[in-house]
Ligand binder design. Structure first.
Ligand code: ACM
Length: 518
């Protein structure tokens, strides 16, 4: 796959500033941001005494109990490499303790951190909460904690004393990666998982099929990947995940308390499937492989029983390798079917997903069918579709393209991305609230937010990172932090503090002129 050289991306960053329209809006860079000014998403409650601190030293050890051993080991791994300290993990003792208590008020992902000069106590109700708390600790440590080799120096590794009590506003904080328009390897996906985990994202939605490519092995339908996986936008070699590779992604994500949601886009966006099984199209003519980016032209034939046998095979195999409760069936942008045929198709697919023990998710168009209360609708384009879904009594994931689509260009000058939903600078991505964005949609209707990254123009991880950072942390904060904590001035300072961390991690990012980068 073609790599975008760093130099070109530096130019992208400069062009993206809109500097040609006047002086960029840059406040003085914070020389040394106080620790509270580094944490994204902002914690629900934070009281730090920066004058006092806990230091990680050669003597630091981590105390765990049965349910916290894995997170303890993850914390130790995070500390060992850059510090060069041994950081043993055991049930015996240690100045850092990871405790699972009966603190049910902390919920599925909440945690409490109590930091004194002598100890760090991280307490949660679930291991997921401990893992989220470790991400907070990670951000409280200096950026060199991200170094991939020992950078041990006489400078101490300090965490300010204080108390943080934190839990998410929304249960669903997702990131979607389109691996269909351009294929991304297992290693690429793991790298993305690592970057999103830092911001407490808990769902990775993989867009596994589209007109240009079918990316997941279905053993009973081998031609889907043999033929349908053989190319991508622009005509590259494409690729696909074997079921074993997919399981490895799921395992890697689960280890970071991230649920994988697989999407097979139906009944449109199916040209690659129709190349493999042309008998499923109403025309029954085998289409050619497609490497362009136009949408809407393809559809499985809704009047053909063979269509539902294929959907059943796909959903059955996908459900068997997906421990998470959801299967996303797409449903967007179908221009080739009548509204009645479309609605009947969605309703039958909903029954298939239910029969295989999963909850269906679909893009907003699926609300044209009759939905089960357990189905979830992912809003992306229209506010009336969101309100229509709510009237059916289903819950929403909000991904408004004009705010949350990471493939939209930042400005006119951005050389990657599309702009059909407008230009989305960091402040646009941050400046909306799920409880008030759509008429007829209240906080109780929303299970959370998701930032999709479509890959028509995004060919490699350097480009993925450039589009995701810094907008993904903005969506992560909208999903996690209490509405009252939302503050653009605070956010832009905290975002600026991520830059040295991303540089240490090798994560490319857009140097938005809205942010006072150091
Ligand atoms: C979409 O962007 N077509 C869901």
């Amino acid at each position: 796959m073609e790599k975008i050289p760093a130099l070109v991306l530096a130019v992208v960053a400069v062009l993206g500033t809109g500097a040609c329209r006047g002086a960029p809006v840059v406040a003085p860079a914070p020389m040394s941001a106080p620790v509270a000014h580094r944490i994204i998403p902002a914690p629900a409650s934070i009281m730090l005494a920066e004058a006092d601190s806990f230091a990680i030293t050669a003597a630091t050890a981590i105390r765990v109990e049965a349910g916290s051993a894995r997170v303890g080991e993850q914390l130790a791994e995070m500390l060992r490499t850059p510090t060069g300290f041994p950081v043993p993990v055991s049930a015996a003792g240690g100045s850092i303790s990871l405790e699972l208590t009966g603190a049910e008020t902390l919920g599925e992902e909440g945690y409490e951190l109590r930091i004194t000069r002598d100890s760090v106590a991280l307490v949660a109700h679930r291991a997921a909460g401990l893992f989220r708390g470790v991400q907070t600790l990670r951000q409280m440590l200096p950026p060199r904690i991200e170094a991939e080799e020992s950078v041990q120096s006489r400078l101490p590794w300090k965490i300010p004393a204080g108390v943080i009590r934190d839990r998410p506003r929304f249960a669903w904080r997702g990131a979607m990666l389109d691996v269909a328009r351009h294929f991304f390897t297992v290693q690429d996906v793991k790298q993305y998982i690592d970057a999103i985990a830092l911001y407490k994202i808990n769902v990775l939605h993989l867009h596994l099929s589209d007109d240009q490519g079918w990316r997941i092995e279905i053993a009973s339908r081998p031609r889907l990947t043999q033929l349908g996986g053989s190319t991508q936008v622009g005509g590259g070699p494409g690729g696909f995940y074997t079921q074993r590779e997919y399981a490895e992604i799921v395992r890697y994500a689960a280890d970071r308390h991230i649920t994988v949601v697989p999407e097979i886009d139906l009944p449109g966006h199916t040209n690659a499937a129709l190349v493999a099984y042309p008998e499923l199209s109403c025309g029954k003519q085998a289409p050619a492989l497609y490497t362009g980016i136009r949408v809407g032209f393809s559809a499985l034939c809704p009047g053909n029983e063979e269509t539902y046998r294929l959907v059943d095979d796909v959903v059955r195999e996908l459900a068997a390798i997906t421990p998470g409760p959801y299967i996303h069936v797409g449903g967007d942008e179908v221009e080739a079917l009548t509204p009645a045929d479309y609605a009947r198709f969605i309703e039958r697919v909903q029954e298939i997903v239910t029969r295989h023990g999963k909850r269906m998710i679909g893009w907003e168009e699926v609300a044209k069918g009759r939905l089960r209360p357990s189905t979830i609708v992912q809003q992306w384009r229209s506010d009336s579709a969101a309100a229509a879904a709510v009237r059916q009594g289903v819950k929403l994931i909000l991904s408004p393209a004009s705010r949350a689509y990471l493939d939209m260009r930042y400005t006119r000058g951005t050389m990657l991305g599309l702009n059909w939903a407008g230009f989305v600078e960091v402040r646009d991505a941050y400046g909306w609230d799920p409880a008030s964005f759509f008429p007829g949609v209240t906080e109780a209707d929303v299970i959370g937010v998701e930032a999709p990254l479509w890959s028509e123009t995004v060919k490699n991880m350097t480009a993925v990172q450039f589009m995701a950072f810094p907008r993904l942390p903005a969506i992560a904060e909208i999903g996690w932090s209490p509405a009252a904590a939302k503050d653009w001035e605070s956010f832009r300072v905290r975002l600026a503090a991520q830059a040295p961390r991303w540089e240490m991690m090798g994560v490319n990012f857009h140097r938005s002129p809205q942010i006072p980068w150091p």
